[in-house]
Design a protein around this ligand. Structure first.
Ligand SMILES: [Zn+2]
Length: 133
C-alpha cells in the first residue's frame, strides 16, 4: 500500500486552487447568456480575456504549497450541472464551485505552464510569448 500512502501525503502537502476559465468559443457563448460576465474587465477579445486571467493569477498571493489548476468551463455542461445542483449559472460562486468539480475530474492544466511549454490558453505559442509575456 506504499503508493496510496505517497499519494495521500502529496494531497496533504499541496493545496489545489481550481480557477475556471472559458475557452475560445465558450467565452462568446457565455457572454451572450450572461452579459455582465466580464463587467469591469475591460477586455474585447478572447485573447485579451486570457491575458487578463493570467494577469489576475500572477497577482494572487499564493502559498508555496498551492498549485493553481485551470479548469475549462464549457457552457452547455456547465448549465446542465447548475440545473442538477439547483444553482444560478450567472452567479460567480456557481462557476467557482463548478471549477472545483471539473478539477476533481482531472480536466485541468497546471498553472503556470513549465518554461517553453505551450500556453494554457490553447493558442499554441510558448507561455512566455503568449499570456505569460
Ligand atoms: Zn496564452
Amino acid at each position: 500500500m506504499g503508493a496510496a500512502r505517497v499519494d495521500r501525503r502529496r494531497w496533504v502537502m499541496t493545496n489545489y486552487l481550481a480557477i475556471g476559465w472559458f475557452p475560445s468559443g465558450e467565452l462568446e457563448r457565455a457572454r451572450v447568456l450572461w452579459p455582465n460576465l466580464l463587467a469591469g474587465w475591460n477586455v474585447s477579445s478572447h485573447r485579451d480575456y486570457c491575458r487578463a486571467v493570467d494577469h489576475h493569477l500572477r497577482q494572487l498571493q499564493l502559498a508555496d504549497d498551492t498549485q493553481v489548476l485551470l479548469a475549462p468551463i464549457e457552457v452547455k455542461p456547465y448549465i446542465n450541472w447548475c440545473a442538477r445542483e439547483g444553482v444560478d449559472p450567472a452567479a460567480p460562486e456557481s462557476r467557482s464551485k463548478y471549477s472545483t468539480t471539473v478539477a476533481t475530474r482531472g480536466r485541468v492544466q497546471r498553472w503556470p505552464p513549465e518554461r517553453g511549454k505551450p500556453c494554457w490558453c490553447g493558442r499554441g505559442k510558448a507561455y512566455e510569448e503568449c499570456c505569460g509575456a
